[in-house]
Ligand binder design. Structure first.
Ligand SMILES: Nc1ncnc2c1ncn2[C@@H]1O[C@H](COP(=O)(O)OP(=O)(O)OP(=O)(O)O)[C@@H](O)[C@H]1O
Ligand SMILES: *[C@@H]1O[C@H](CO)[C@@H](O)[C@H](O)[C@H]1NC(C)=O
Ligand SMILES: *[C@@H]1O[C@H](CO)[C@@H](O)[C@H](O)[C@H]1NC(C)=O
Ligand SMILES: *[C@@H]1O[C@H](CO)[C@@H](O)[C@H](O)[C@H]1NC(C)=O
Ligand SMILES: *[C@@H]1O[C@H](CO)[C@@H](O)[C@H](O)[C@H]1NC(C)=O
Length: 488
């Protein structure tokens, strides 16, 4: 069966790509030359201009070459595509077809991608909303589509450092826009290839035909994404352990997926909290343009050095001459230094601290791989959900409380606790009434607590604690526990 990994096929595609970019750029520079030509310029200026153009062209080709390996599907994915309705089984070279379609779409925006639900038409007439974030390369804006669907639109940041630096180097606004747009195109390809609950969902994309809309450069690229909120580390540091654990667990699940993704082992070269957003409390990777699917070649272990500001690691050079698991290990150590150290140990449930400490040590020393790390996280989740880590709570605590079902309190006298799910009073996630009773008994101000029907992502109950209340109201979904010693 013919495969896209076929070097001949890839070479043909590459030749096609490279020649087409050169031709289109040549035509473009001729056009630009015709408009802005300065006939009084000397030969030296012409030469400088020509060398600048060819350097820009080299960079454009470089960026295109980076995308090619991402376009070719691997075995398992091909099978999936073969079985999908778009690619009939008898269509032997469907994956080559698929890649050509995708490539055409990416390069000239000629056709709508089969995989996306939204496209340029979806954006007609929508009002630009507020800026959600921006970086060196990209600008992200919130818009609301019909039927109240909020989405995030990602563009090239024309005021960003990437664009600024390119303009300095090449002084070609159109060429630079195209060059910088390549990072966004690469990201779109990666988002199409890498689908995971902890990667931002690509809802669609829009690529204008480079021949049209030339007013602002033409060929503009927009990624249409699920909308999230920038990760606020300071805010996260103040949130309950369960929420911080959720972020770390999401990250570990993501890294596990990336270690054996459809594209191979993916390394995140620029790994920082600002590459992630939260969607309803769930961590999602949004900045993928600096992802790498290559592991460096090596001759000895010394070629496989992983450097961090306070720590270096030497990884084994495999028999086939690549630094095995380098991407995976770099991702994992970055997860440790940017996320786990800040989010994980602080206020971990007492029954789980030994497991958390173990994770901190094994990832901090890179002794565990991502599989083992994921196992440890899932084990903690299981214990936490089942309440097994609470097995040393004396069941008699609950006898110190009188329960009233079907009522809620009103006119509460609140007291603060930290961290709390509510800014007004003390609200905590508990596994059971017993755990809530133990917490209330440990707070001297606490005279009663209630459990409502509200639960957290782990299924824990939200319990509100208070030092008093004025009266009771009927409420079928609530129960109130009065601390007996405080009943007068
Ligand atoms: N889907 C989204 N919803 C909400 N905000 C988002 C979304 N995607 C990105 N952002 C915000 O926009 C910022 C810029 O996006 P992105 O990181 O992709 O751009 P960048 O130019 O590559 O940034 P950097 O310079 O950090 O590498 C992000 O830091 C994030 O805060
Ligand atoms: C043409 O070149 C001269 C001398 O280098 C310069 O002063 C002038 O501004 C240039 N004109 C344009 C339109 O670039
Ligand atoms: C890491 O390696 C670099 C280069 O070999 C060296 O300069 C640096 O001091 C090392 N850092 C640590 C913390 O060992
Ligand atoms: C891991 O544990 C060892 C032994 O207790 C200790 O020396 C080391 O500093 C710990 N490393 C980290 C990253 O916590
Ligand atoms: C991780 O587990 C997968 C199977 O789930 C296996 O294919 C892979 O080789 C494992 N990786 C390591 C580094 O053990």
């Amino acid at each position: 069966m013919p495969v896209m990994g076929n070097p001949l096929c890839a070479a043909a595609l590459l030749a096609f790509v490279v020649s087409s970019v050169s031709v289109s750029l040549l035509i473009r520079s001729l056009q630009l030359g015709a408009h802005k030509g300065n006939v009084t310029n000397g030969a030296a200026d012409d030469q400088e201009l020509a060398s600048r153009r060819s350097a820009l062209m080299d960079q454009l080709n470089q960026r295109r070459k980076e995308i090619i390996p991402l376009l070719s599907a691997r075995g398992s994915e091909k099978k999936l595509l073969a079985e999908s309705r778009y690619f009939p089984q008898q269509y032997q070279s469907f994956s080559a077809m698929f890649d050509y379609n995708l490539w055409n779409e990416i390069t000239d925006g000629s056709r709508r991608m089969l995989m996306d639900e939204l496209d340029c038409d979806s954006l007609v007439g929508v009002q630009t909303g507020n800026v959600l974030g921006s970086g060196y390369t990209k600008l992200v804006v919130k818009v609301v589509l019909p039927e109240d669907q909020p989405v995030a639109l990602k563009f090239v940041n024309e005021q960003g450092n990437d664009m600024e630096k390119c303009l300095e180097d090449f002084r070609d606004p159109r060429g630079c826009l195209e060059l910088v747009a390549y990072k966004l195109k690469k990201e779109i390809v990666l988002l199409q290839r890498l689908k995971h609950p902890n990667i931002i969902k690509l809802r669609g994309h829009c690529m204008e035909d480079p021949g049209h809309g030339s007013e602002r450069g033409g060929g503009r690229v927009t990624a249409i994404l699920e909308q999230g909120y920038p990760l606020q580390m300071i805010q996260l540091l103040q949130s309950p352990w369960e929420e911080r654990f959720r972020v770390c667990l999401g990250l570990v699940r993501l890294l596990h997926f990336l270690s054996r993704s459809p594209l191979g082992s993916v390394g995140l070269l620029d790994f920082q909290p600002r590459q992630f957003v939260l969607v309803a409390g769930e961590l999602k990777l949004t900045d993928l343009d600096d992802a790498s699917v290559e592991e460096p070649a090596c001759r000895t272990d010394r070629d496989c050095l992983l450097q961090f500001p306070h720590r270096n690691f030497t990884l084994p050079c495999s028999g086939t001459g690549v630094c095995r698991d380098l991407n995976q290990k770099r991702n994992l150590y970055n997860a440790y230094r940017y996320f786990f150290t800040y989010l994980l140990p602080h206020q971990a449930p007492p029954g789980l601290t030994h497991l958390v400490d173990h994770i901190m040590n094994s990832t901090g020393e890179l002794r565990a791989d991502i599989n083992q790390t994921l196992d440890s996280f899932e084990q903690i989740l299981l214990l936490y959900k089942s309440g097994l880590h609470l097995d040393n709570l004396p069941p008699s605590i609950i006898t110190g409380y009188t329960v009233m079902r079907g009522v809620a309190t009103a006119g509460d006298l609140q007291y603060p606790c930290w961290p709390s799910y509510s800014q007004q009073g003390c609200v905590k996630a508990v596994h059971s009434a017993l755990e809530a009773a133990a917490l209330c008994s440990a707070h001297s101000q606490c005279t009663s607590f209630s459990l409502s029907g509200h639960t957290t992502w782990t299924g824990h109950l939200l319990a509100s604690f208070r030092s008093g209340f004025s009266h009771l109201l009927p409420d079928g979904s609530s129960e109130v526990y009065l601390r007996k010693a405080s009943v007068v």
